[in-house]
Ligand binder design. Structure first.
Ligand SMILES: NC(=O)c1ccc[n+]([C@@H]2O[C@H](COP(=O)([O-])OP(=O)(O)OC[C@H]3O[C@@H](n4cnc5c(N)ncnc54)[C@H](OP(=O)(O)O)[C@@H]3O)[C@@H](O)[C@H]2O)c1
Length: 414
């Protein structure tokens, strides 16, 4: 007889089985996500002081565990082992909705039975940087939960720090609630977290990948702040999806071919051609707005392919804020435009508590749609990451059912 319960079921509240089922990545199968993930029965993780054990009802799918499955740019298991963690497996998953089953010493903000979602900002509370009151997401101990840490949401029980737990929106199903928190809180920090360039009603916000995870949340967060979001997409159906979320219009990036590192500044003819193409791209923004206004914030994540264009079209004093380099890391910055027009290229990563809580309140108030697209089974988690890597996962965010007995449950009607 198995020591774990079946997927789609829960043990009685507060009773934790010794084993659990999890989608496990191991070092001897790092590579294609469809092969790297495998369902295994493993020990249910233990919690320590300040930690919470959550029975996962649904898990959101994010790009970070594509990287974990491939072991690129880092082998997360090796990195943890080097730091003294003996575990030879990775259970990822940075988005969860679930029910609290146990709390560690000192936990006061949640109790057994609470319905929660989990944000992905994780740090050592004893880190001197954190204790000094500075932004903990910049601390040396800051980690992305369920990517750099183990026992994320791709197992029946996840371990989180208590401060990561936030109340689940009552009106959302388990799968809707599990879908947006990582990308949403990331987008919130990008748009609200950088003093001097916080989004406001005078801003035009250009959002790359508007129909993707970060993009669909960034459009809505900008709109709620009164700004004018404009999406960049690769097809008309994606563009119209973004308009439905509040974008003023969209640009089809497939109509342009000036991507990647521009010709060197000593190549006059090459520079002229590149600048003309970037200008044409910028003109599309003016056409959408009906006036000559440039984006004051550009939400970036493709990186190498798009950074030169992002910086080119960004308004003087504006900010290109970047949370990834999906197309590559060697982005080129033409310093002439950068310093003379006093633009800002700002890295942004994860979330801190106030940013996550503020975002979650927007979700709870129904002001942000989680944009659940594909709904998956627990067994499909590996293939879902494969599809995400290939750009085939569909519009918005995706989630997999774990403990929830079926779709459509957990909301007001469920
Ligand atoms: N640092 C953090 O805390 C953090 C948090 C969340 C996500 N991320 C990272 O952010 C990135 C995006 O995540 P996501 O969840 O939004 O992924 P996603 O749902 O797959 O969306 C990515 C979007 O990028 C666009 N895209 C793909 N190739 C492109 C190219 N060559 N040029 C321009 N756009 C391109 C696609 O839209 P079109 O094809 O329609 O253009 C796609 O919708 C990932 O690398 C992820 O790991 C980082």
């Amino acid at each position: 007889m198995s020591d774990s319960v079946s997927i789609g079921t829960l043990p009685p509240l507060g009773e934790v089985p010794p084993k659990m089922l999890a989608q496990v990545v191991r070092q001897d199968r790092l590579g294609e996500p469809q092969d790297a993930f495998r369902v295994e029965e493993i020990d249910t993780p233990q919690i320590g002081p300040g930690e919470v054990l959550v029975a996962v009802m649904a898990a959101g799918i994010n790009f970070n565990n594509v990287w974990a499955a491939r072991g690129i740019p880092i082998d997360v298991i090796a990195v943890r082992q080097k730091a003294g963690d003996p575990r030879d497996y990775h259970v990822g998953g940075s988005d969860a909705s679930g029910i609290v089953y146990a709390v560690g010493d000192g936990v006061e903000n949640v109790a057994v039975g609470d319905e929660v979602v989990i944000h992905h900002g994780y740090w050592d509370p004893a880190d001197p940087w954190v204790l000094s009151g500075k932004d903990p997401m910049i601390a040396p101990s800051a980690r992305i939960w369920g990517y750099e840490t183990n026992n994320g949401s791709f197992g029946q029980f996840a371990v989180a720090q208590a401060h990561q737990c936030m109340p689940k929106a009552d009106h959302l199903t388990w799968e809707e609630a599990a879908a947006p928190t990582l990308v949403g809180t990331t987008a919130y920090r990008m748009l609200h977290g950088w003093k001097g360039n916080e989004v406001g009603e005078d801003d035009v916000v250009l959002v790359w990948g508007g129909s993707g995870g970060v993009g669909c949340q960034a459009i809505q967060i900008a709109k709620v702040a009164g700004a004018t979001p404009i999406a960049v997409v690769s097809s008309p159906d994606k563009g119209e999806y973004c308009v439905g979320l509040g974008a003023a219009g969209w640009i089809d990036r497939t109509e342009f071919d000036h991507w990647g590192i521009p010709p060197h500044w000593t190549d006059g003819a090459g520079q002229k051609a590149w600048t003309a193409a970037a200008r044409d791209f910028g003109k599309r923004i003016w056409e959408i707005l009906g006036e000559r206004r440039n984006p004051t914030i550009v939400v970036e994540h493709p990186g190498e392919a798009t950074i030169p264009t992002s910086i080119f079209v960004c308004e003087a004093g504006g900010m290109v804020v970047i949370c990834a380099g999906t197309t590559g890391y060697s982005a080129m910055v033409d310093l002439r435009y950068h310093w003379v027009r006093q633009k800002r290229l700002q890295g942004s990563h994860g979330t801190n508590d106030p940013q996550a809580y503020a975002y979650n309140e927007l979700v709870r108030a129904g002001q942000i749609d989680p944009c659940l697209g594909r709904l998956l089974t627990f067994e499909e988690i590996g293939q879902a990451h494969q599809d995400m890597d290939a750009g085939r996962l569909g519009l918005g965010n995706a989630a997999a059912l774990v403990g929830a007995p079926g779709p459509g449950l957990g909301g007001k009607a469920g």
